[in-house]
Design a protein around this ligand. Structure first.
Ligand SMILES: [Ca+2]
Ligand SMILES: [Ca+2]
Ligand SMILES: [Ca+2]
Ligand SMILES: [Ca+2]
Length: 313
């Protein structure tokens, strides 16, 4: 089973066909999302009932841990199935009226004194991706990859399903990105895994580089080395707070309709006064801001804060 995907993939490269399906990926039109979700969650829950996990040292760095999954059979028949683990958690993500349950395994929560990322931030992580069927290894990044979640092209870490889990963890201390691209870090970071239904990832059209079939769920295990709050336009408002309609998408918030979304626009209402001069930031001793750290004056009591109100400059 482990090799079949690769054989299939190799065949695809040569023959542009694979298995019994006529096309390898990019099915059009897409199938019904709720129907696919039902199949995916069955597959995920069946995996959680028939597999257990263990933790291994990762040879690449003394602090890195590897979450290893195996089936409950033979000598391992009496291990605790994932579904019965206290640290298997779940959250609901709603998309197009489908309520997705995202299961994630919280092996280490990370250092709670450190930043907990949002969907709009930058994270550094190592990660492995495996298919649920046969456990084929699809990706194995053992040195930390730095991913700016709203802007990166990195396929797996920027999916909604993976972000849903990453945002439940904290990074670790003493993380430094050196000028030469290498990274130093301590060992108290978040360690976990997330089981991702295809609807919260690539659905009918997984990029070739993922090696996934259309509609195929996957498990991604990770070490969240560090999370950094982002203020992409440097206007003083963290990017996650520029998601005004609260849909976890940044590109569709553009107050002055100038084609530049608020998270990249340092003058959000286009009145010529930079946003930074229309808000008041209280100094904190941390490397990040919360809503309580920022004041948004509304000088003309219009109900719109000055930074979003072109009538107040
Ligand atoms: Ca704008
Ligand atoms: Ca802005
Ligand atoms: Ca302004
Ligand atoms: Ca204004």
């Amino acid at each position: 089973m482990k090799v079949s995907k690769y054989i299939c993939f190799t065949l695809f490269l040569g023959l542009l066909s694979c298995g019994q399906d006529n096309s390898f990926r990019g099915y059009e039109p897409p199938r019904d999302e709720a129907e696919v979700y039902t199949e995916n969650i069955d597959q995920i829950e069946s995996y959680l009932k028939t597999h257990f996990y263990s933790i291994k040292e990762d040879g690449s760095h003394s602090n890195f841990k590897r979450v290893v999954f195996d089936t409950l059979s033979g000598d391992n028949a009496n291990k605790t199935p994932l579904i019965e683990q206290d640290n298997l958690k779940k959250k609901v993500v709603t998309q197009n009226d489908v309520e997705y349950t995202v299961y994630y395994l919280m092996v280490e929560k990370g250092n709670e004194e450190e930043y907990k990322p949002t969907f709009a931030d930058k994270v550094a992580l190592t990660y492995r991706v495996e298919s649920l069927e046969g456990g084929a290894l699809l990706r194995d990044n053992r040195t930390p990859v730095v991913v700016d979640l709203p802007q990166s092209n990195e396929e797996f870490a920027t999916t909604k399903g993976v972000i849903a889990a990453l945002t439940e963890f904290h990074g670790g201390t003493d993380f430094t990105e050196n000028p030469d691209g290498t990274i130093d870090y301590d060992g108290d970071f978040g360690i976990g895994a997330v089981f991702v239904p295809s609807g919260l990832a690539f659905f009918n059209n997984p990029p070739m580089t993922t090696l996934l079939m259309p509609y195929e769920p996957f498990v991604l295990s990770f070490n969240l080395v560090k999370a950094i709050q982002m203020d992409h336009d440097g206007d003083g408002i963290p990017s996650y707070m520029e998601d005004l309609n609260d849909n976890r998408v940044l590109d569709d918030d553009d107050t002055d309709k100038n084609g530049v979304p608020n998270y990249l626009d340092a003058d959000d209402d286009g009145d010529g006064t930079p946003t930074r001069k229309e808000i008041i930031i209280h100094d904190t001793n941390k490397d990040w801001l919360t809503p309580d750290d920022i004041e948004f004056p509304d000088t003309d009591n219009s109900g719109r804060p000055d930074y979003l109100d072109p009538n107040v400059k």
